[in-house]
Ligand binder design. Structure first.
Ligand SMILES: Cc1cc2nc3c(=O)[nH]c(=O)nc-3n(C[C@H](O)[C@H](O)[C@H](O)COP(=O)(O)OP(=O)(O)OC[C@H]3O[C@@H](n4cnc5c(N)ncnc54)[C@H](O)[C@@H]3O)c2cc1C
Ligand code: SF4
Length: 512
């Protein structure tokens, strides 16, 4: 029996279950750059270039390891443009009688693969993705019977299971599970990103950049300069650079935002991790080793490990637990069209313009910019869930639906009604002022709620709470804010809501 081992663009790991099941005598690995995957949303050109180059390098690596590889380039005249089309062509050409694939990251693809026995007339083995630290079934088992699926409890289980930052007596290292109180410092005056490493562009990358420039120039985002790692070796260099030089400050400035500094002390590994060039366990173990050898403090190490061992695994679990219905949730019935400035950065709200510029130029902005600037605005303004989720899926190099959707729909927009977050991450301009230096460059004043100079986030924040009081008033974490709102006189409340209406009017007419 001969099998086609289909390897997807985000499965570039030698430890992949489908490659482990590969028979070097007969089987053929299939990697293909197809129109359908590059354009089902119009991905950022940097993301397409990163993935095509990483796929081509991975194919070369596999061939050096003795795998037979069928690689279909985007501009191959016979390229059918879809995964199903390429599998069909491969089966006929080899010929083969089975497809082996590791489970995909997106529901859309799993659904398609399951239909292939009928539509392509071929058997398919879908193997689990063991690169994640919590299997889909294991997460379902953990979730069973629980009223609330809070990250904190999931994360503690994961720490225990993998013995990460745990002591011999079964207690967490440092006596606490979470050191967030020591993190979240505002930026220091004049703070700048430490230098990042960059990688020489190979002939493969140069060819891919030319292709992407020609074929995807109408997608949102700038292609060059292009500094991404495209091989596992380069991704490991990025990881080691982060652990050795940046991890010590990661915790302190995790939430800080600075003009012209998209990266600060963040690791920039999500694209590599999500595409399979890095593996989550090796990252956590390396971070823990840095702490144990005195090179990084506990607050930073724990905060970083929580993102990978906790949040990343948790959002994937939530995604597979609730799909496909999850994508349709819209707790606040949000339906205002996505403002055009999400594409142009042409808005007077400096924080939004700056975050969108980072996104456009780097296919990256860090977590707090995604959550508390572009996400917070979309939440407060009630932006259409489908449109904003699509925006997040296409603008970031690390975006795949399994991780993007729970973060956007659940965490940033609270459209799942609290499956992920215990309260909406709604905030006024005062939060952005505290955590960034953006407001210094803005024509608005974060301390004012009313008047021409008032920061639009402020009235929008109170308007959001007032608009959704029926749905949020029983949330105990909002009691204090509602008490504050109800202390305002009816005239004060009306003035704030009028100010918000004025912002909506400007937004709807493209003048914000
Ligand atoms: C609205 C919104 C959309 C997001 N979309 C994506 C996405 O499409 N893809 C994606 O990988 N992350 C997404 N995130 C999570 C997070 O913002 C990114 O993982 C992070 O910014 C990547 O940058 P970094 O590698 O420098 O991360 P660091 O800040 O250095 O964190 C280290 C690693 O932890 C993991 N991590 C941190 N937070 C999360 C999280 N909330 N969920 C999952 N993993 C996390 C990532 O793998 C990240 O590389 C989103 C967050 C929000 C609020
Ligand atoms: S004043 Fe308001 S709109 Fe301007 S940067 Fe600050 S938070 Fe953003």
């Amino acid at each position: 029996m001969t099998s086609v081992c289909l390897v997807l663009g985000d499965q570039l790991s030698e430890s992949l279950t489908s490659l482990k099941a590969f028979n070097k005598e007969n089987d053929v690995v299939l990697l293909c750059e197809v129109q359908e995957e590059a354009t089902y949303v119009k991905h950022h050109p940097k993301k397409i270039a990163f993935l095509f180059s990483a796929m081509r390098h991975f194919a070369e690596h596999l061939m050096q390891q003795g795998f037979t590889v069928r690689y279909v380039k985007f501009d191959d005249p016979d390229n059918s443009g879809s995964l199903a089309g390429e599998v069909r062509r491969a089966i006929a050409a080899i010929p083969a009688n089975k497809v082996i694939v590791t489970e995909p990251g997106e529901y859309r693809l799993l659904h398609a693969f399951k239909s292939w026995p009928d539509t392509l007339g071929i058997a398919i083995d879908i193997l689990p993705d063991t690169r994640f630290l919590c299997g889909i079934d294991k997460f379902k088992h953990w979730a069973k019977g629980k009223k609330q699926l809070r990250l904190e409890f999931f994360y503690r289980e994961m720490r225990k299971q993998y013995s990460i930052l745990m002591e011999d007596n079964g207690k967490p290292t440092g006596g606490k599970w979470n050191f967030d109180k020591e993190n979240r410092k505002p930026p220091l005056k004049g703070m700048a990103s430490p230098k990042r490493i960059s990688h020489n562009q190979s002939a493969i990358t140069l060819a891919v950049l030319k292709l992407v420039h020609e074929r995807f120039h109408n997608h949102f985002g700038t292609l060059e300069p292009f500094h991404f790692a495209v091989t596992r070796e380069q991704a490991l260099q990025e990881l080691h650079h982060f652990i050795d030089n940046l991890l010590p400050q990661f915790g302190d400035y995790q939430d800080a935002m600075v003009v012209g500094e998209p990266y600060l002390y963040h690791s920039l590994i999500s694209s590599y991790l999500n595409a399979g060039l890095l593996l989550p366990l090796e990252i956590c173990l390396l971070a823990e080793a840095a702490y144990r050898s005195g090179k990084a403090p506990l607050n930073a190490t724990e905060g970083f490990i929580r993102q990978i061992l906790g949040w990343r695994e948790y959002v994937r679990g939530i995604y597979w637990l609730h799909m496909p219905d999850y994508a349709q949730l819209n707790f606040f019935d949000a339906k205002r069209p996505l403002p055009n400035f999400y594409w142009t950065a042409d808005t007077r709200l400096f924080c939004l313009a700056e975050t969108i510029r980072h996104t456009r130029d780097h296919a990256y902005s860090h977590h707090i910019q995604r959550l508390m600037v572009t996400g917070n605005f979309a939440l407060l303004a009630g932006i259409n869930i489908t449109e904003i989720c699509e925006w997040y899926l296409l603008v970031y190099a690390d975006a795949y639906e399994w991780v993007e959707l729970p973060n956007t729909l659940g965490m940033a927009l609270f459209a799942d009604g609290g499956i992920i977050a215990s309260k909406p991450y709604a905030a006024s301009g005062k939060y952005i002022h505290k955590m960034s230096n953006f407001c210094q460059y803005c024509q608005y004043d974060p301390m004012q709620t009313l008047g021409e100079k008032a920061c639009p986030f402020n009235a929008l924040y109170w308007d959001f709470l007032a608009r959704h009081e029926d749905k949020l008033q029983t949330n105990q974490r909002l009691t204090f804010m509602y008490a504050h709102w109800h202390k305002q006189t009816p005239e004060q409340q009306a003035a704030i809501r009028e100010q918000a209406a004025f912002t909506f009017q400007k937004m709807d007419t493209g003048n914000l």
